[in-house]
Design a protein around this ligand. Sequence first.
Ligand code: SF4
Ligand code: SF4
Length: 332
Amino acid sequence: MKKWELSRLQELFEAIAAQEPLYIPTDVSGQPTFALWQPGMALTRELNTVRSAKDLFFPQVEELVKFKVEGKKIQVLDPQVQIRDQVVFGVRACDARSFDILDSVFLAEPADTYYRDRRAHTTVMTLACTHPEESCFCTSLGIDPQAPGGDVSCWIEGEALYLNANTPKGQALLSRLPLDEGEKPEADRSVFDRLPLKDLDLTRFGEKKLLDWFHSPKWGELSQSCLGCGTCTFVCPTCQCYDIRDFDTGHGVQRFRCWDSCMYSDFTMMAHGTNRPTQLERFRQRFMHKLVYYPADHGGQVGCVGCGRCLRKCPISMNIVKVARALGEEEV
Ligand code: SF4
Ligand code: SF4
């Protein structure tokens, strides 16, 4: 185990950033956000960022390809910039687990090369939680917020930052830093046992009753107030839907991929129209995907990591916990 004085955190960031671009959770316009570290940039005091670290692998907007048109000739240009090694510090255990879910989608063959290259070139330094929020329920999904994983796990205890490498990538990073040896004191875990959602069970929505869950009369009531704003999907670390759009530049075409939301009325729009014409159907899709479809294809693993972002951000206070509880009341 390695150790660094917390009062000299800026020096550690400087040492990492001297080697590779470093992203940390910091406050940007009052919002905790992962941003490229600049001298003097401090860690946010908030528990977690508004949007997760998935942006670093799966940006909200990215250019996929360009087509240059000259007369009858079309040239295909790859605009993908050279992906450089980078480090992200301060990823919480929930977001670190969300990378496993994103990997299962983007790295399944044929792999998404844009995502794969960013993942391969990023060293993830996680940060253990000591002061969870009431909306956190990662522990009910088997995630240990005190053992956050990644390439390097970090803990802040007292006046020190403790660091432990979990992978060769993490070992390589730590070996290049002037760290001391240290033994992390035992952390107080009792706060996690007092979380109001610690006993939530999201694993009971198995595929066996898929059609029963699908036809539940609860969807109407649950989705009634949903604004279709998509906030829950944009803040969610495990949501991975996107749209691909072409823009005519006058001498060619630029093709972009942008995050999309199953809560939007034009999501998966086809020539004949939309497959889910009502908000009830769109709302149901989001939660059936997290609770039923994804686990059915991935050994029972729920497509949620309990980060609590949708609990904190939905303007009508609807979220996966309310849905799971409402559906769970039924004998189906
Ligand atoms: S559930 Fe809430 S955050 Fe999600 S689309 Fe509906 S209103 Fe927006
Ligand atoms: S569904 Fe909600 S609690 Fe679960 S991972 Fe997504 S934003 Fe976090």
